[in-house]
Design a protein around this ligand. Sequence first.
Ligand code: ADP
Ligand code: MG
Length: 357
Amino acid sequence: MDSLFTPISHVGEFGLIDRMKAVLGSGTGNAALIASIGDDAAVYRVDDDTAHVITTDALVEGVHFDRSFMPWPHLGAKAISVNVSDVAAMNAVARYAVVSIGLPRNMSVEMVESLYVGMRDACARYGIDLVGGDTTASPQVVLSVTVVGEVELSRLVFRRGARPGDLVCVTGDVGGAYAGLQALLEQRRSIQEMGDSYTPDLDPYRYVIKRQLTPEARVDVIADWAKRGVRPRALVDVSDGVASEVHHLCRASGCGARIRGAALPIDPETRFVADEQMQDVDTYALFGGEDYELLFALDPGDEHLLDPTTFTVIGAFTEASEGVTLVTPEGPIVPLQPSGFVHFTDPGADQEEDPDA
Ligand code: ADP
Ligand code: MG
């Protein structure tokens, strides 16, 4: 370890994780380990047919949520859902959760109980048990959940596995959680500007606010695939935005992809918010994040096996040399960056270095 001072912002989140991975090296070389850092969850074999998966995700006050518009039960439920979503992203079923909680002095017992009501109800919906944790003082509320799940070895799906020609598919709709955040921020601005004379009207934003405050992991889709005996070739959940997750699948699979902007599944309420904010709704859909839908690579020959109401084909995987591109709804094809696309650029032209490529 040297004594240089490299600001974390210079390497970014994924660059930092690569540095951690380099420090850790290959660990004990345990032969039961099937996947570790780099997928949505780590996977280890428990017997000839079964693997367990394990994942952890934290929600930090001021970073992931704002107490002024995140009710405690919703926060508790979201902390569980985002972890179950990572388990689902391995095509696995969640079983147990433990939670570490950091509590500032200004929290009451009743607030913590509300948080636990949310976690209890979410666990009940997903069929998992919350079996332990840790409690500590903290300057902000921190909720760190770990979930373990299980899966038949033959049903595991990784981020790697997509092949050129596979369909790029996404469940549900995208951009809604970001639209919900914009709607909540707008209401807060109005309250701050107009004070008591302002009556919030959240009715036009019900769906998108729900997407932001209480996302649901798509365990229904995982169960449906199992019932139909279908398995995508590669899978990731959409926590960081469609563009970022397409890059993750491409990077892990050694592919490129071409995404059709016009095909992105977007709820009318999401469009309404983007219009109100005078922003581009495709930007919400591609870069918004927190949708917790599933993005997957499907063998075109398997398309007829899936329930067409549960997913949308948004593009196709290509050879790696073609990079990750977006066919804009207006027609031109542009490079699709993991966060922010370059408008009206020749895809063959020199691009800024992609830190996630
Ligand atoms: P996701 O969005 O699916 O939760 P992340 O982007 O948070 O995944 O993490 C990417 C990968 O890096 C995962 O395999 C995760 O386990 C690993 N990872 C993230 N942070 C750390 C850390 N602090 N130490 C070790 N591994 C980490
Ligand atoms: Mg994930």
